[in-house]
Design a protein around this ligand. Structure first.
Ligand SMILES: [Zn+2]
Length: 254
């Protein structure tokens, strides 16, 4: 735990320094060779899937491999009740910050999209990460509800099947770290078999609902760069805790 706190501190300093530069153009990949084992996420391949895209795609695709049940390829997503900002914009902002922070911490990062103007289905996003061999995948979303009082952070993972246990562990690590870091309400890690992107995933994968855009206060926070920094710091801490837990479990078995 002490090591996590130390790395968090270093990450905060690095991230704050980065905030003053143009993050969009920062290239740190060269420094993050796998030989650089001093960094806490060195050697790990982490996938980021920013939810949705500029235009949804209502064409259908199987909800799971071999399933006759189908769902839209990409849903439209929610919209900020106060800011009016579409979810896909907020999801991408958070994801790009996460990409830069994880790269600073030594990870190899792959994004399913880095712009809004794409058309990539949920199956395609999952397959992209499977083929890349991600050690962990974060699908970044924001929630919406007709009840505007609903607020807080929740994780969704696949109910059964490939890497279900690892995904649940990753979800618990992310939920704890993100709620501690932001002070947001801690909902739960929900196990579902209704998410195409989770069912097709063959690697540890969590869909993070970072908060409710249907709640005016949380909508404002989710679109505030300073709050987004806290969210991604929590995600990085959660990932470090997850890999430590996995490695710890491996040592205990030997
Ligand atoms: Zn969403």
């Amino acid at each position: 735990m002490k090591r996590i706190l130390l790395w968090t501190l270093i990450a905060c300093i690095a991230f704050c320094a980065l905030s003053e530069a143009d993050r969009g153009s920062v290239v740190v990949e060269e420094e993050n060779t796998k030989e650089n084992k001093a960094l806490p996420l060195a050697g790990y391949k982490i996938g980021i899937d920013p939810g949705h895209q500029a235009k949804g795609n209502s064409q259908r695709e199987p909800i799971a491999p071999g399933s006759r049940e189908t769902k839209a390829k990409v849903a439209t997503g929610t919209k900020g009740v106060s800011t009016g900002i579409p979810e896909h914009v907020t999801d991408l902002q958070i994801s790009l910050k996460l990409r830069d922070l994880l790269a600073l911490l030594g990870a190899e990062v792959l994004m399913t999209r880095e712009t809004a103007d794409v058309d990539i289905s949920n199956v395609e996003r999952a397959v992209m990460m499977n083929e890349w061999g991600a050690d962990a995948v974060l699908r970044i979303h924001c929630d919406g509800s007709t009840d505007h009082t609903h607020h807080g952070i929740a994780m969704y993972v696949r109910k059964t099947g490939t890497k279900a246990e690892e995904s649940a562990l990753l979800g618990r690590c992310l939920l704890s770290a993100m709620t501690e870091r932001t002070g947001a309400a801690k909902k739960s890690v929900y196990k579902r078999d209704t998410y195409t992107g989770l069912n097709w995933s063959e690697v540890p994968c969590v869909l993070a609902e970072c908060g409710y855009m249907s709640n005016p206060e949380e909508d404002e926070k989710l679109n505030d760069p300073a709050y987004q920094d806290l969210l991604v710091l929590g995600m990085a801490e959660g990932l470090i805790a997850y890999f430590e837990a996995l490695n710890g479990a491996g040592t205990a078995e030997e």
